[in-house]
Design a protein around this ligand. Structure first.
Ligand code: SF4
Ligand code: SF4
Length: 218
């Protein structure tokens, strides 16, 4: 039979000196990642030995951060840094004179500064979506006319907004560039459904606010 997780019974046997010591040569990476819930329930510091995998080293750091807020902040930063690196390295948005690749094809007065605009919600579908978002705990920002995001400073964003970093426009999506919460195993494994909705849709909101919102739904 294929064992997908390390069982609680097995984990109990791995506790030494009040630490969970897991030999990465004896348990494969997927098994360890799939065991996150069991590892957390154990409420012990985790130490991986014979481990050369950066993701597993990171996993041990996350589990060993027993303060939930610090744990969330760590994961938030890791994913933000990864996305920043991807956008920079691949130059997805291809800005030329402050106009991104999508803006170059867009017939709109709002061509500059990419997608850093806030648009008013007008029709009944948008209102319904707004109600749903509020019920899910998503942080919203409302405006009465299209507005450049207040966090934009020159060409840079002043805050660390994970939802914005995850966003790609339809133009990029058609080119195959899109990011979902479950693409990141740290987000997939450490957050519940409602928290994932908050992470995906709380555009224009800074890390501190988003983390505090996540903590309400742990
Ligand atoms: S995601 Fe799309 S609209 Fe936003 S800056 Fe990049 S290319 Fe432009
Ligand atoms: S919060 Fe930052 S990334 Fe998001 S729309 Fe505003 S300036 Fe752009």
């Amino acid at each position: 039979m294929l064992v997908k997780k390390i069982s609680k019974k097995k984990l109990k046997q791995l506790v030494k000196d009040d630490k969970l010591i897991i030999d990465c040569q004896k348990h494969n990476k997927n098994k360890i990642i799939n065991s996150i819930n069991n590892l957390l329930k154990f409420d012990k510091q985790v130490q991986f030995i014979n481990c050369h995998d950066q993701e597993l080293i990171m996993l041990a750091e996350v589990i060993n951060l027993q303060d939930i807020k610090k744990r969330y902040e760590y994961i938030y930063d890791v994913v933000c840094d990864y996305l920043d690196e991807q956008f920079q390295k691949n130059n997805y948005c291809q800005f030329v004179n402050d106009v991104c690749v999508s803006g170059q094809y867009r017939n709109s007065q709002y061509k500059e500064f990419g997608c850093c605009y806030i648009y008013p919600r007008q029709n009944w579908m948008a209102k319904l979506a707004k109600k749903f978002m509020k019920n899910q705990g998503v942080l919203l920002l409302d405006v009465t006319s299209p507005t450049i995001c207040p966090h934009l400073s020159g060409k840079d964003c002043r805050i660390k907004a994970l939802s914005c970093k995850l966003f790609t426009c339809r133009y990029l999506q058609k080119k195959g560039v899109s990011f979902a919460i479950d693409d990141f195993w740290l987000l997939k494994k450490f957050f519940n459904k409602r928290q994932k909705t908050i992470l995906q849709y709380s555009f224009y909101h800074d890390k501190e606010k988003v983390i505090n919102q996540l903590l309400k739904y742990t």
